[in-house]
Write a protein that binds this ligand. Structure first.
Ligand code: SF4
Length: 76
């Protein structure tokens, strides 16, 4: 199985990735909303029901379905 993306991974940290969307840095990311989740992001590549999944930005790692990063974009 693929490793989980760590929040301290340099690329993850650069994008403000958190495994729990509600823990996002509200000061740094004022447009963040707790309803924004990896599983509802345009870059999420796994099933909507998966707890962990792939993201187009983090090849070879798994992000949390309930995670978030500053590249979040609403799924069309
Ligand atoms: Fe999650 Fe989207 Fe950021 Fe990928 S781009 S880590 S799916 S919020």
């Amino acid at each position: 199985a693929q490793a989980r993306l760590e929040e301290k991974d340099p690329q993850a940290a650069a994008l403000g990735y958190v495994a729990d969307s509600s823990k996002a840095d509200a000061k740094k990311f004022p447009k963040h909303d707790n309803a924004q989740l990896c599983s509802g992001c345009a870059l999420w590549q796994s099933k909507p029901t998966d707890a962990q999944g792939n993201c187009a930005l983090f090849a070879g790692k798994q992000v949390s379905a309930r995670g978030w990063c500053s590249a979040w974009a609403k799924k069309a």
